[in-house]
Write a protein that binds this ligand. Structure first.
Ligand code: GDP
Ligand code: MG
Length: 312
């Protein structure tokens, strides 16, 4: 793989002063926790705004954005450094092709990530989509099968197109929470995370508006309809996920070539069956045999056996 060029993060200067100050403060906090590199993996279906979000976070036109064309087939890592801190953002091709999960794209993403450590997964979808379906669940399952369930404790759901007027007279916050709940439910199902475990994990959902027409506050920061300056909010939520006590995901050869990490336990199934056969079933069979042998036969049974043998 070609060595990655790490450029100075000049894009940060494109942000308004208030955003820059908050971002530098957040990066400073991470450095205090001995985190000097942050690798963010961006995944989701095609056309949901993954590449636009990468550009928004870096403050640069680092990757191509397209409304109609299908995306580039390969993942791209944008690496930027600033005051001893390195930010890597990995943009990936959409995970759906022709109505199915694109396994080829997923394989390419896995190979691209070899020997990299994923600090955070941004699972991107649109706020202005009203339904979740089986395909969403399949996408989540494919991510889980590739990187293990643990990836979800390092994940954030990012909802783009956040500047909208909700349909059916719903309040913005109601619409947001309904859309979030529907998506989180599909994530829980696709990743086969039990409800009680999921509550502990609590994947944050963050709103994003990549459009140039995004409303701004008096400090010139882009805000979403609930008034929150979304770029510092997104980066802050990312730093919370990094510090939530879970482990980053190291993509090693074993993860890529080995059995699907989410099914590793299944290797034990033959051993468990063998154990059950020898130590449980055999013991029960022996106990039954012993029981039969030691049982004194009732007189009628002895009589019947006698009459049976007389026939021959
Ligand atoms: P990707 O396929 O997931 O990488 O999606 P892109 O970033 O290429 O975006 C697809 C289209 O949606 C482009 O025309 C973007 O300009 C547009 N887009 C992306 N994010 C937003 C957003 O938050 N708001 C609006 N209005 N348009 C967006
Ligand atoms: Mg893209």
């Amino acid at each position: 793989m070609a060595s990655q060029l790490i450029r100075e993060w000049s894009g940060i200067q494109q942000f308004p002063a208030a955003t820059q100050a908050k971002l530098l403060e957040l990066l400073g906090k991470l450095k205090q926790e001995n985190v000097s590199t942050l690798t963010i993996l961006v995944m989701g279906k095609g056309g949901v705004g993954k590449s636009s979000t990468v550009n928004s976070i870096t403050g640069e036109r680092a990757v191509a954005v397209s409304a109609f064309q299908s995306e580039g087939p390969r993942p791209v890592m944008v690496s930027r450094s600033r005051a001893g801190f390195t930010l890597n953002v990995i943009d990936t091709p959409g995970l759906v092709e022709g109505g199915y999960v694109n396994d080829q794209a997923l394989d390419m993403i896995k190979r691209f990530l070899l020997n990299k450590t994923i600090d955070v997964l941004l699972y991107v979808d649109r706020l202005d989509a009203y339904r979740v379906d089986n395909l969403d669940r399949q996408v989540i399952k494919a991510i889980t099968d590739s990187f293990g369930k643990e990836i979800w404790s390092r994940a954030l759901v990012v909802l783009t197109h956040a500047q909208l007027s909700p349909p059916d007279g719903l309040q913005y916050d109601d619409f947001f929470s309904r859309r979030s709940e529907a998506l989180l439910k599909v994530i829980r199902l696709g990743a086969r995370i039990r409800k009680q475990d999921f509550q502990g994990t609590a994947i944050p959902v963050v709103l994003v508006e990549n459009s140039g027409r995004c409303t701004k506050n008096e400090s010139d920061e882009k805000i979403i309809p609930n008034g929150i300056a979304w770029i510092p909010n997104l980066v802050e939520t990312i730093t919370h996920v990094v510090s939530n006590g879970s482990k980053a995901i190291l993509v090693d050869k074993k993860l890529i070539e080995g059995p699907n990490p989410d099914a590793r336990g299944k290797i034990l199934i033959p051993f468990i069956l063998a154990f059950q056969y020898f130590f449980v079933i055999k013991q029960i069979q022996r106990a039954i045999k012993d029981d039969i042998a030691s049982e004194s036969k009732p007189s009628w049974e002895l009589r019947d056996m006698g009459s049976a043998s007389r026939k021959f």
